[in-house]
Design a protein around this ligand. Structure first.
Ligand SMILES: Cc1cc2nc3c(=O)[nH]c(=O)nc-3n(C[C@H](O)[C@H](O)[C@H](O)COP(=O)(O)OP(=O)(O)OC[C@H]3O[C@@H](n4cnc5c(N)ncnc54)[C@H](O)[C@@H]3O)c2cc1C
Length: 457
């Protein structure tokens, strides 16, 4: 019986899974393999929220395979060694996996290909598994990737996406390929409000979103208290949802909400095609502005206040506390907290990006590092020196202050938009806000420091 190994990475699903479908073609047996890869560096490997979500995804994937007659094979160690062992144990002819974009993913693919070829086996790498449009599939005339989103999006929108594939009816796994026990969800260091993972839940969330969320997306996506975005990001990050399927299904709903939403999914592909072409952008400035950032040492107190949600700017603090509590943050909150750290406090964007990666359940090298760079003005933003004012942002996107009151208990008794400026409170309201810190920085001074640093006085 011909046999293939399917190496699952950031594509933990059965629906619309090109590597699995290709492996099953012609009635092959398959070894559905997931390797807990010791080569993936912290913080990409060690973040408790993502590890807990990953455990959910693996258990759900295993359950889905079992209901089709198969099972998931889980191993720990060096990914190349483990794949080669599984190939030998199953006497497999080839290995199928999804393409990915980071420097590590490129290295993994090269190592795997040469190890397999040395054994006379083949590696098949499938694109459009973790992106809707493959990196490099659309390019400008003079470069291998787009550095500006708008022209990228124009071309991206014009691409015909491949058809969605259904989940397989049956999966046969050869006997004699052992697996580690599937762990139950790890609890250590996990945010108390962390969402549950898995393809089953991801598909339910997508269905609910199509029914009753996406239509209002264009109008409500910035309403921080309304929480009116899809929260599909962790499911897309772990690949329990296929971006191709998401785009097809959202487009079928149609209307301005659907269009605005698909545009955001295109941002995800955009960052991936940047990182695929410039893997060093995960840590180095994509377009340096020769910043001499304040460091974790020189800005220690400011960084601590930012991480703890105690900057004295309520909307910033609410957002940072949401991150700690849920392992997730609203996009508007990510924008304004990142701008506050990198521009108002003029702290190295890498310090903020690392903190996000430590906590975000959707923490993703491409999306996190390149969004941080976009905000810091070292990335692809065409207005790199814009600074978001947290007061204006709070009043605009949380006008009634409900988002702040939800996350900052010291301010829970302050009514309405006044909650954004606790330093202006008097009398009973002032005492109600006791325990809430004074601002760590004067906004005008922060802005002046940033403008000086960028030579724009
Ligand atoms: C500083 C900063 C750091 C970020 N870090 C991450 C990260 O680590 N992982 C991550 O997935 N997203 C990141 N984002 C992008 C965005 O904030 C999240 O994808 C979004 O908030 C997730 O919530 P949602 O699923 O409800 O999004 P929705 O608004 O419902 O959007 C749908 C999907 O589109 C994609 N998307 C939306 N906005 C963006 C964007 N700006 N860039 C790229 N893709 C986008 C996501 O996959 C998202 O799930 C970051 C943004 C900023 C400003």
């Amino acid at each position: 019986m011909p046999t293939s190994v399917v190496l699952f990475t950031a594509d933990l699903r059965l629906h619309d899974h090109p590597p699995l479908r290709a492996a099953l073609e012609g009635g092959h047996e398959v070894v559905p393999l997931f390797v807990r890869d010791s080569g993936i560096a912290d913080p990409f490997r060690g973040a408790p929220n993502r590890l807990a979500f990953l455990d959910d995804c693996l258990r759900d994937l295993d359950a889905g395979l079992r209901s089709r007659g198969g099972r998931l094979v889980v191993r720990s160690g060096d990914v190349v060694e483990e794949v080669c062992k599984a190939v030998t144990e199953a006497d497999a002819d080839d290995v199928h996996m999804a393409a990915d974009v980071s420097a590590y993913a490129h290295l993994r693919e090269r190592r795997l290909r040469s190890a397999l070829e040395a054994e006379g086996r083949r590696l098949h790498v499938h694109d459009t598994v973790t992106t809707a449009v493959a990196p490099g599939a659309v390019t400008p005339a003079s470069s291998d990737h787009f550095a500006v989103f708008t022209p990228y999006y124009r071309q991206w929108s014009g691409r015909r996406l491949r058809d969605t594939l259904g989940a397989p009816r049956a999966v046969r796994v050869p006997a004699g390929v052992g697996s580690e026990e599937l762990p139950s969800r790890s609890a250590a260091g996990v945010s108390p409000g962390l969402a549950e993972g898995g393809e089953t839940l991801g598909r339910k969330r997508l269905a609910a979103w199509l029914r009753s969320g996406v239509a209002a997306y264009e109008d409500r996506h910035d309403d921080m208290a309304g929480d009116a975005t899809s929260r599909l990001s962790p499911f897309l990050h772990f690949g329990t949802l296929s971006p191709v399927e998401v785009v097809h299904r959202v487009r079928r709903v149609g209307g301005p909400g659907a269009e605005a939403f698909v545009r955001q999914v295109a941002w995800r592909d955009f960052h991936r095609q940047v990182l695929a072409a410039r893997t060093d952008a995960a840590t180095a400035d994509y377009r340096t502005k020769h910043d001499r950032w304040r460091s974790a040492r020189t800005a220690r107190e400011d960084v601590e206040a930012w991480r703890a949600g105690r900057t004295g700017y309520p909307v910033v603090d609410a957002a940072m506390r949401q991150l700690r509590h849920e392992g997730w943050m609203h996009n508007r909150a990510r924008l304004l907290t990142a701008s506050f750290l990198a521009k108002t406090l003029y702290v190295d964007w890498r310090i903020g990006a690392r903190h996000f990666l430590d906590l975000l359940v959707d923490g993703d090298i491409a999306n996190n590092q390149l969004n941080w760079q976009w905000v810091a003005g070292t990335g692809t933003d065409t207005r790199p020196n814009r600074v978001l004012n947290p007061l204006t942002q709070g009043k605009r996107h949380d006008p009634d202050g409900a988002y702040v009151r939800r996350w900052v208990p010291e301010l829970a008794d302050i009514e309405g938009g006044a909650v954004h400026e606790p330093w202006k409170l008097s009398g009973r309201d002032r005492s109600a806000a006791a325990g809430y810190p004074d601002p760590v920085v004067d906004l005008a001074e922060g802005l002046a420091r940033f403008r000086r640093a960028r030579g724009r006085e």
